[in-house]
Structures are given as C-alpha cells and as structure tokens.
Design a protein around this ligand. Structure first.
Ligand SMILES: *Cc1c(COP(=O)(O)O)cnc(C)c1O
Length: 400
C-alpha cells in the first residue's frame, strides 16, 4: 500500500532529510534515536495527556457550524484549536517538546518565532517547567508584534531581536540554529512547526496528531462513523494541518484540502504560496519547496498573516502536494479577511487570520449536501484585531 508517512531516513517521498552542519550531527542523531521511545513511553504519555487535559483544556470541541453548513451546502464541523490555552494549536507541540527536553536531561530551551505565537507557547511551557528560555525573533517582528514580546517577557523568557537579513522569521530561525550549534549538549531547540531537519517534522506532526485522534472519536460520537469526507486546514509550516490529517493520511476515503497564503495573489511577487510556486531547495535543514530565485536566493515571502509568512512548507506537505494526495489552494489576503468576518457574523467566532485561510477554501468547493467536512480553526483572532479593524471597510457584508 502507498503510504504518505515518513521513511526511516526522514523522507516523505523525495522531501525532508537531515541537512545539518557537522557540529549538530550528534545532537540531531541523539534526538532521532531517543524521541520515539520517549514519546511512546507510559511515563511521557501520562504527563502529556494530563497537561493537555488540565492545562490546555483538551479535547478541543468539535463544533457543528449550523449556519455555515447551510450556506455552503455541507455538514461543517469546526475543530476548535482556538479554544486552547494561549489561543492556538502551538501549545500541543510546545508541551510535548519540553517534556521530551526534560527527559533528555537538557537544561536550556531556545525557540524561533515569527508573529510570536510559538514564542508565547514556548515561554509558557518554560514558565510551567521552570526552565530558562531564549526566543529569537526578527527585529522587525519585535516591533510589529509588541504585545506578544511583552507576553514572553512577562512569562520570564529572554527575547532576542535578530538584526540580520530582512529581520523576520527566516532570519530568527538562522540565528536559533547558530545558537544551537554553540550549545548542542545542554540546549533543546523547540521548533514550532513541521519544518527543520528530521526528526522535527515527524515529531511535531506526532505531537499535533492529538487533533486527528480527537476528531476520530468525536465524529464517531456525533455521526456514527469516525472519518469525514473532507479535512481542511491552513498551512504555514504545516503543523496544524499535519495534526488534523495525521491519522487519516493513508485513508483515501478522506479528501484533504489545504489553504496556503496567496498574499496579494500568486501572479504578484507579494505572496507566500510556496507549495504552488516554490521550487525544490534546502532550507533550515530539510529538502522542501522554497520560494527562491534561479540562483537559490530566498525570495522574501509576503502574507497579511504573520503565521503563514514563511518562504517554504514542511516536507510532509510538499509530498502531499506533489503526489496529489492533498489539494492546496492559494488564498489571497482579501479572501481570508472576508472569511474571517463571515465566521464572526454567522457563528460568533473570531478566527485567527491564519485560520481564515482555511475558511476561505469553503466558497471554492463544490460539496454534496451530506458531505461531512471537518475544518480546523487553528487559533483565535484576538491577536489580529488591529488588522481586522484596519480592513473592515473592505468587507462585503452583503455576501455574508
Ligand atoms: C503559527 C500558526 C499557524 C501556522 O503554522 P502551521 O505550522 O502551518 O500550523 C496557523 N494558525 C495559527 C493560529 C498559528 O498561530
């Protein structure tokens, strides 16, 4: 049977692998050799599930969206990751990785962050576990995401502004990798998405797979069968989508439709649609589709949504795209904004701008009335309120 899971060398088809500097070889090798047995151990699982339940608030609800279902002619269920502690799915992964770091005897945590959501999740679990934490963040993002910077500091983390390159996520990631190279023995690098060298993409996907694990039993309870006809999510690096589809990857009854950031449109140079327009390259330790010039210079991505503003996508999704297992559509800023206001008015849920890229897939679909659709709302929109307010005149309220 064809499988879309990772192979022993960390490849999904031709994507993935471990492209790291020599000095990190042993650290990454140790992680690869230890992580599976640790995250499958009873000890780890007890602590992980207890924190997911009592601290994060899981299982997150699977909510039947009645008015949206009527509008789009399907049975639409929303997987409510927006209701998690800290406001998004990122905490699932951060909790898993810090438990792993502790079990591996690491003393210090580093992380990279773009908009600050992963930085806040990491700073949160470091406060919880009493571990020192340094978060690398592009200097431009430090300015743009001031509130998240203050949150991280209040939680006790040190926020390190990165002045190199375009001073955004890619540059923060480079700097975090540099730090890791200098302290490979005592430092654990908590990566926030299904990107980076193997085993990170697979490890993050597994720590997020609690999402599809819950979808299975919640659907069974609600509709009597444990699979939907469609799964939908947004993709930046790919972690909330990976969690949503993980237990259905090889179940071809389930169609997968993903929304990536089209920005101002794929025909402009203001986009982050790396699956649709990227070419194969190596970025941050992994062979993936990247937005780059012909001579391999990274093209600065653009999206209204900071969480999707990354020039590549993780290897699992590159393979799903290339094999046709997943349909990946580019959603423009304008489409995402419209969908955010629509969900707000029809269901009383203000979604994160990232999640709005998944919602904006709905008007592009042709459903049958009985089709069961599960769409992951990856986070809540509090952090995006200023952006929403500054664009509210552009919304077409008659369409809602
Ligand atoms: C970070 C973020 C994303 C994008 O990251 P993925 O790894 O692709 O999930 C999506 N939604 C929210 C709310 C985020 O914070």
């Amino acid at each position: 049977m064809k499988t879309y899971k990772v192979d022993n060398d960390g490849f999904y088809g031709s994507f993935g692998g471990t492209y790291v500097p020599e000095i990190l070889y042993k650290t990454v090798e140790d992680l690869k050799n230890q992580y599976e047995s640790i995250i499958e151990s009873e000890d780890f699982l007890n602590e992980y599930y207890q924190l997911l339940r009592d601290y994060v608030g899981r299982p997150s609800p699977l909510y039947f969206a009645k008015r949206m279902s009527a509008k789009y002619g399907c049975q639409l269920y929303l997987k409510r990751e927006d209701l998690n502690h800290t406001g998004a799915h990122k905490i699932n992964n951060a909790i898993g990785q810090i438990l792993l770091a502790r079990k591996m005897g690491k003393k210090r945590i580093i992380a990279e962050t773009g908009a600050g959501q992963h930085g806040v999740a990491t700073a949160t679990v470091c406060a919880l576990m009493n571990m020192p934490c340094r978060v690398y963040m592009g200097a431009l993002d430090v300015q743009r995401q001031h509130i998240n910077v203050e949150r991280m500091k209040m939680l006790g983390a040190e926020v390190f502004p990165v002045e190199s390159g375009n001073k955004t996520l890619k540059d923060a990631t480079n700097e975090a990798i540099r730090d890791w190279c200098c302290h490979p023995a005592d430092t654990f690098y908590i990566i926030g998405s299904t990107v980076g060298p193997h085993p990170y993409p697979e490890m993050v996907a597994r720590l997020q797979s609690v999402i599809s694990q819950e979808i299975k039993f919640q659907l069974k309870e609600k509709i009597g069968r444990d699979y939907p006809d469609y799964l939908m999510a947004c993709v930046g690096g790919g972690s909330n989508a990976a969690g949503t589809i993980y237990h259905y990857l090889d179940d071809e009854r389930v169609k997968i439709v993903l929304g990536e950031a089209g920005g101002m449109g794929m025909d402009t140079n203001q986009t982050a649609a790396s699956l649709n327009i990227g070419t194969v390259g190596i970025l941050h330790g992994s062979r993936i589709k990247v937005m780059q010039t012909e001579d391999g210079q990274i093209i600065e991505p653009y999206s209204i949504s900071a969480g999707l503003d990354y020039p590549g996508t993780g290897p699992m999704h590159c393979n799903l795209y290339e094999t046709g297992r997943a349909t990946v559509l580019a959603i423009t800023d304008k489409e995402a904004l419209q969908s955010a206001f629509e969900l707000t008015r029809l269901e009383g849920i203000i979604p994160a701008l990232e999640s709005s890229h998944a919602l904006a897939l709905l008007p592009k679909m042709k459903f049958k009335k009985d089709d069961v659709v599960v769409l992951t709302v990856s986070g809540r929109g509090d952090k995006d309120l200023e952006t929403y307010l500054s664009h509210k005149e552009e919304i077409n309220y008659d369409e809602i």
